[in-house]
Design a protein around this ligand. Structure first.
Ligand code: AMP
Length: 283
């Protein structure tokens, strides 16, 4: 595996790969890698000649500075996992490499409702930070294929919009990989390692409630399904930011279901100071 800290060196290398006719796959991450991340690398390896993984804990997407400071960093282990997976290239930039002009003046992207719905509402500025970093990374890597996880459902929609807004959708194909889960259903996440053993034992309840909604979904008024789910997680000690059933293509909340509209259930909730998110496409 070849590792880059410099964006220029990375650019030169990806350019040389492209000149050789190689198809480039890209998996952006914030590190603390787990099998969910590795599943994206495996997908890229199936489609592409070379796979680039980036590890960058992007300061501009953290609306809560404490969350940024506590974000797990396990770089030695990450490198070991990437080597084991025979990843071709790792991009490990410093903040100044991504934001040479500083993080003060960011570009604004017209994300419409995405900035005010669900994650957008509870993490103000988060998706603007995501777009700023992903745009810069895509300019540096110039991939043919980009791999993201359904775990971050709204982020996938936002990045799809970023590709459209910048015209990059003409040359970059977006792939969305299914959420990898622990045997008890908990969505794998770098943040899970911050849970205490007691919190870790409670955490699968989010997926259990998403699954219950999926099983009990019926045309008509679906708000009672949400009320039951919210009560169940609150009783167990979660502090939910939101629990919604939404249109799968717009993320607008749906209360009356016509039996046809594609839906997704989404939840974000705190256990202690750890914020967990999960979602499940329903039909
Ligand atoms: P992160 O390092 O959390 O920013 O995640 C990097 C990429 O991995 C994003 O596209 C995530 O959606 C994806 N990802 C995170 N967790 C999972 C998971 N459990 N299964 C599949 N993909 C995931």
């Amino acid at each position: 595996m070849i590792s880059f800290k410099s964006a220029n060196d990375l650019r030169k290398w990806t350019e040389s790969q492209r000149k050789e006719g190689k198809i480039i796959g890209f998996v952006p991450t914030m590190g603390a890698l787990h099998p969910g991340h590795i599943s994206l690398i495996q997908l890229a390896q199936k489609d592409c000649d070379v796979t680039v993984c980036s590890i960058f804990v992007n300061p501009t997407q953290f609306n809560d500075p404490a969350d940024f400071e506590k974000y797990p960093v396990t770089i030695e282990r990450d490198i070991h996992l990437l080597l084991q997976q025979q990843t071709d290239a790792l991009f490990l930039p410093a903040v100044a490499e991504i934001y040479p002009e500083g993080t003060g003046s960011l570009r604004h992207y017209a994300l419409g409702d995405m900035d005010s719905l669900l994650e957008g509402k509870y993490r103000p500025g988060h998706f603007q930070g995501v777009c700023n970093v992903v745009h810069r990374l895509l300019d540096m890597v110039q991939p043919d294929h980009l791999y993201l996880g359904q775990k971050d459902c709204q982020q996938c929609m936002v990045i799809n919009r970023l590709l459209q807004l910048t015209g990059m959708d003409n040359r970059i194909q977006l792939h969305i990989a299914p959420t990898l889960r622990e045997p008890d259903g908990l969505a794998m996440s770098s943040r899970n390692r911050r849970l205490t053993p007691e919190q870790r034992a409670l955490a699968p309840l989010l997926y259990q409630q998403l699954s219950a909604i999926s099983r009990q979904l019926h045309p008509g008024d679906i708000t009672p399904l949400l009320t039951t789910a919210i009560q169940a997680i609150e009783k167990a000690g979660f502090r939910p930011d939101y629990f919604e059933i939404a249109d799968a293509s717009t993320l607008q909340p749906v209360h009356q279901w016509d039996g046809r509209q594609s839906l997704v259930a989404l939840v974000a909730a705190f256990l202690g100071d750890v914020r967990l998110i999960d979602n499940l496409p329903l039909n």
